[in-house]
Design a protein around this ligand. Structure first.
Ligand SMILES: NC(=O)c1ccc[n+]([C@@H]2O[C@H](COP(=O)([O-])OP(=O)(O)OC[C@H]3O[C@@H](n4cnc5c(N)ncnc54)[C@H](O)[C@@H]3O)[C@@H](O)[C@H]2O)c1
Length: 332
């Protein structure tokens, strides 16, 4: 199979490309390699993909939010399926940089739908986010729940992506699956996310900012479990059979949560980090941040039922694996 993976220089896109190459698929990785976080890390991921894939890995440096250049960049390249993981991620950055989200997540998502439609791909899987659940108080969050009250622009763009996708599934019968990821972590992770920020600060003996006085819960999902859910969605396009799908669509469009189905107290993760790094954290308690939610917790029944998805990595196993990689990557 030939798969176009957007965001291939990013955390999840890179991890998916590794898995696809390992099973013998060909990958076209597309990314603008922006400097939202350290470009060296993104380049290191790409170097690794080139080594792993050889002539089965093609890299395209392009901005998917600019349609004509995107079409041009992809001309002459064949692919059967698309996994659209490129985006402007991050809740807090969206408070101060709203236009980056309009560009990559709205214009970009529409452009990728257009590519999928005009290329007649067999399946397109795309990243949504657990943040669409906003301040919902019904736990765990299920794909049947209403998600009409986003509390960050990031969440609003992800919800808008789901709506645009529904329209394309209806008008063009393009098979689509939207994945609401829950706090992904693991090797080759993201330097702007809590796990990395805390690790760096604890190792350096600097204070860690803990929001809402530590009264926070997250469904932390290990990268390998996320990739298992993406692969299952990629291999099983939503059928165009008129039946009601996960998320409520009767078009070829499904929505799934991919989480670990465990809502962990933030301070428990801090404890594991302290054990693994061998230093006590200096805690700087701070108030809740705008756009942030107090708790996330994934109901994974839909993807478990349709694809047998079952996460296997608890934070007690996954966090040490992240720390092991972090030390190796930084040569410490
Ligand atoms: N990591 C998480 O915990 C998490 C949680 C929920 C949802 N998501 C979503 O999953 C997807 C992947 O996330 P990630 O953690 O790998 O993020 P990431 O930031 O590591 O990767 C995203 C990649 O997209 C690229 N990109 C951004 N705008 C682009 C554009 N206009 N054209 C081409 N490339 C562009 C960036 O350069 C980056 O390499 C994103 O859609 C994100 O919103 C991630």
């Amino acid at each position: 199979m030939k798969v176009l993976v957007t965001g291939a220089a990013g955390f999840i896109g890179y991890s998916l490309a590794v898995k696809l190459l390992a099973r013998g698929d060909s990958v076209i990785g597309l990314d603008i390699v922006n400097d939202y976080y350290d470009v060296t890390l993104k380049e290191a991921r790409l170097t690794h993909l080139r080594e792993l894939g050889g002539d089965r890995f093609t890299f395209v440096r392009a901005d998917f939010a600019q349609y004509e250049p995107l079409v041009e960049a992809l001309s002459g390249l064949e692919f059967d399926r698309i996994v659209h993981l490129g985006a402007q991620a991050g809740v807090r950055f969206s408070i101060t940089n709203p236009h980056a989200y309009l560009h990559s997540n709205l214009a970009g998502h529409l452009n990728m739908l257009e590519i999928g439609r005009h290329r007649g791909v067999e399946n397109m899987v795309y990243a949504s986010s657990s943040s669409v659940y906003g301040g919902n108080t019904k736990l765990p969050f299920a794909v049947e729940d209403r998600v009409d009250q986003p509390i960050s622009l990031y969440a609003a763009t992800k919800k808008a992506d789901e709506l645009m996708s529904e329209t394309y599934a209806h008008l063009y019968r393009l098979p689509l699956t939207g994945l609401r990821f829950f706090t992904v972590y693991g090797p080759w992770g993201r330097p702007d996310m809590m796990m990395w920020i805390f690790t760096k600060a604890i190792a350096a003996g600097q204070p860690i900012p803990v929001f809402n006085n530590g009264d926070m819960y997250r469904d932390f999902t290990y990268i390998d479990d996320i990739i298992a859910g993406v692969m299952a969605s990629l291999d099983n396009p939503a059928p165009d059979d008129g039946e009601v799908k996960a998320g409520g669509s009767t078009k070829p469009h499904r929505l799934y949560n991919i989480g670990n189905h465990k809502s962990e107290h933030l301070m428990r993760v801090v404890e594991i980090l302290e054990e693994q790094i061998g230093k006590k954290a200096i805690i700087d308690f701070q108030p809740m941040q705008p756009g942030d939610v107090r708790q996330s917790f994934a109901d994974i029944d839909a993807i478990a039922r349709d694809h047998g998805y079952a996460p296997t990595t608890s934070i007690d196993v996954g966090v040490p694996k992240f720390i092991e990689w972090y030390k190796e990557y930084h040569g410490v």
